[in-house]
Ligand binder design. Structure first.
Ligand code: GDP
Ligand code: GDP
Length: 445
């Protein structure tokens, strides 16, 4: 029998880590500056414009213990438009609280700087103009021309030689939005995540039981993340960053990298991922990327296979074929077939999440745990490591959500050891922890 839809929802203001985007043309030194601000050695700077970076985000800490998510939008560059600037602009404009607009003092002001800045300023975000390569004479003599961009202040830095970085650090701290008072709600947090266009905001509207009109954003007014509290009978859940889900769905052509990044941000604050995939497209590599992110973060997923109404026999076969990779990646996750359009299956979403939340709290007794692991070892002998047998002495659970077990043994098992995966899967099977990321920590004393 279908359960009633949640009948009640409230929106809550929430503080999340503010995000600061570094934007600018290729080769102005964004990546060098990114590494410098994070206090790292410049590891991945290339002379060629548009070379992919390994990392595009990092946590930057301040003395007062605040921190920000620093985003190197240049990391998104390779792509369709010549300079990759549209993607950067989109990412920075939609998702960040503060922009660091970097120009190249050695080269001087060029037309592309003005074009990018014109697009960025539409978003009316607090912004800092950084003239990089201040170690060069050209920059020292010519930086005044950048005032034409319309900033009242510019900060000269040399990312490469660590000049002016302290001043920039202070400017960032000054311009960060004031922290919002956090009202922590003691209810499980769920994040609706997925690629662009899979139906996240349609589902959200369905779950809230009303079809809201999607109004266009007033520049500067939609920045604060808003969570929504939903009730299903007596149970309460917080849907994370619902304002962001609505906002993002209006951006056409939003890049998938952005979806992965944003999913990570949402999942940071969530207990369970509601991973939406598009049934008519089958499981794609973008879906797997987001699923992998959730798994890495130790968050189980409920996979919502949406747009079920669009399936015919052929596309259904394709879907089930592509499903296997996701099923394997997430170790047999809960799955609900839904249609946000017709409402099919949507009433099963919160109950499925409730079930997963229950599993997440699983705590077998210590003797049961040791019995299961002894059975695992006797069924499939542990490998020899450096000529000696690996021996398990004793195991205990140290935490739940996700279930984390410490195994005391005579030696370590390498991270990638297949035997680890075997033990994990054995435990999962015995304890019925389908779809739950399990952590094994091996201790030798
Ligand atoms: P991005 O494409 O904007 O991320 O630029 P990169 O960080 O990859 O830097 C592009 C080039 O500018 C590299 O050759 C860097 O060594 C150089 N560069 C970066 N910062 C500085 C600087 O402060 N001074 C000078 N002279 N060169 C720099
Ligand atoms: P988001 O980008 O993930 O938030 O996706 P949207 O909710 O904006 O939906 C993208 C498109 O898919 C819109 O045109 C929706 O009307 C459509 N859509 C969403 N859910 C369904 C569904 O269950 N069935 C069908 N046929 N279309 C859907």
């Amino acid at each position: 029998m279908a359960r009633p839809l949640p009948n009640h929802s409230i929106e809550i203001g929430m503080a999340v880590t503010p995000s600061v985007a570094i934007v600018g043309r290729p080769n102005v030194g964004k990546s060098t500056l990114f590494n410098r601000l994070l206090g790292q050695r410049k590891a991945i700077v290339h002379d060629q414009p548009g070379v992919t970076r390994d990392r595009i985000t990092g946590q930057m800490e301040f003395e007062d213990e605040r921190s920000v998510l620093l985003v190197d939008t240049g990391g998104l560059v390779p792509g369709d438009d010549l300079l990759g600037l549209n993607r950067q602009v989109l990412l920075a404009g939609e998702e960040s609280d503060l922009l660091i607009f970097v120009v190249d003092g050695k080269q001087g002001l060029v037309a592309a700087d003005e074009t990018v800045w014109q697009q960025l300023r539409e978003y009316s975000k607090p912004s800092i103009l950084v003239v990089n390569k201040a170690d060069t004479t050209a920059a020292q003599e010519g930086h005044y021309e950048f005032y034409r961009l319309g900033f009242e202040r510019q900060i000269l830095v040399s990312a490469e030689h660590a000049l002016g970085i302290g001043e920039l650090h202070e400017a960032i701290a000054e311009m960060l939005p004031a922290p919002v008072a956090v009202e922590e709600i003691d209810a499980p947090h769920l994040a609706i995540v997925g690629r662009p266009n899979v139906g996240k905001s349609s589902l959200l509207n369905r779950m809230l039981g009303k079809n809201r009109a999607l109004v266009s954003p007033e520049p500067g007014t939609t920045r604060d993340p808003i969570d929504t509290l939903v009730k299903n009978g007596e149970e309460e859940y917080v849907l994370v960053d619902t304002a962001g889900i609505r906002r993002r769905s209006r951006v056409s052509g939003a890049p998938e990298e952005l979806a992965v990044m944003m999913a990570r941000r949402q999942l940071d604050r969530a207990d369970v991922a509601l991973l939406v995939v598009d049934a008519s497209q089958g499981v794609t590599s973008g879906d797997l990327a987001i699923a992998g992110t959730a798994w890495e973060l130790g968050r189980p997923s409920v996979v919502l296979v949406n747009k079920w109404d669009l399936l015919d026999e052929k596309s259904r076969e394709k879907l089930e074929e592509s499903w296997e990779r996701l099923d394997e990646l997430l170790a047999g996750p809960a799955r609900v077939n839904i249609s946000a359009l017709t409402g099919r299956g949507v009433e099963k979403v919160l109950p499925a999440a409730a079930e997963v939340l229950g599993l997440l709290e699983t705590r077998p007794g210590t003797s049961e745990l040791n019995r299961i692991l002894a059975a695992a070892v006797s069924r499939h002998r542990a490998p020899h490591l450096a000529g000696k047998p690996w021996k398990l002495r004793y195991a205990t659970q140290v935490s739940s959500a996700p279930p984390t077990f410490v195994l005391f043994a005579n030696r370590r098992l390498p991270r990638q050891a297949p035997y680890r995966r075997y033990l994990e899967n054995f435990l999962r099977q015995e304890l019925g922890l389908w779809g739950i990321p399990i952590r094994l920590v091996i201790r030798t004393q």
